[in-house]
Design a protein around this ligand. Structure first.
Ligand SMILES: C[S@@+](CC[C@H](N)C(=O)[O-])C[C@H]1O[C@@H](n2cnc3c(N)ncnc32)[C@H](O)[C@@H]1O
Length: 219
């Protein structure tokens, strides 16, 4: 099945609110735990989160790694508004900063010590821009963790995944999940992107029936 693009930004306020209220605890804590498992020596420094959405992953990183600070980047104003509220509620505003900017345009005073991104790449029309910026925005030899959906073989399979994992979710979330599956990349496509960008120290792993993870040290 060919890739079907979805809108790049999640900037509809209702869409952002429904996404922020959804229960992604298992997925998001799993993402933090995976980072910690892959990079146990990484306990302090500046983590960059590209496409941070409503800020749940930055909050979880800040709680798990108390000597780290986190910058979240998202170009959706409603998402950044929700992220600001989440961080204030968690009393973590001293270590988490948000930037309402496209990752393609963001610039840091100093490159970060690690970069993470969950569920962003499928939104991006040109995925090579993402890998290019990822390398630019971190110091050499920094750990990265990128996770996203895996495109199924057919629209019917995408619908079956939505029904299996989001049967009781609000219609907006089910619609976005379906569209995201159609816009996602296959394992071979991501591997080809890494090869084209000469990111040979990053490896892709398919971790379940609908997700891939790219990890490794960027150079
Ligand atoms: C599916 S959400 C994932 C949010 C968060 N990472 C999580 O796992 O909960 C993808 C986010 O990426 C943002 N996004 C898409 N394209 C972007 C871009 N070019 N620059 C910055 N943010 C972008 C969207 O606005 C949306 O908030």
């Amino acid at each position: 099945m060919p890739r079907v693009l979805e809108p790049e930004l999640m900037d509809d306020p209702e869409q952002a609110l429904v996404y922020a209220r959804a229960d992604f605890e298992k997925e998001n804590q799993g993402f933090i735990d995976r980072f910690h498992e892959y990079y146990p020596e990484f306990t302090e420094g500046h983590i960059l989160d590209l496409g941070c959405g409503p800020g749940d992953i930055p909050v979880r990183f800040a709680r798990t790694l108390p000597s780290c600070r986190i910058t979240g980047v998202d170009a959706s104003e409603p998402m950044i508004g929700l992220a600001d509220v989440a961080v204030k509620q968690a009393s973590l505003a001293d270590r988490i900063t948000f930037r309402c900017e496209r990752f393609q345009a963001v610039s840091l005073v100093e490159p970060a010590d690690a970069a993470v991104s969950n569920s962003l790449l499928h939104h991006v029309p040109n995925p090579l821009q993402f890998w290019y910026r990822l390398r630019q925005l971190v110091k050499p030899d920094s750990p990265v963790l990128v996770m996203d959906l895996l495109r199924p073989d057919s629209p019917e399979e995408a619908q079956a995944i939505v029904d299996r994992y989001a049967a009781k979710e609000p219609e907006i979330l089910r619609r976005d999940f379906y569209r995201s599956l159609l816009a996602a990349f296959t394992e071979d496509e991501v591997a080809a992107q890494l090869a084209e960008m000469n990111l040979s120290r990053l490896i892709i792993d398919v971790v379940d029936d609908r997700h891939w993870v790219v990890s490794g040290i960027i150079h």
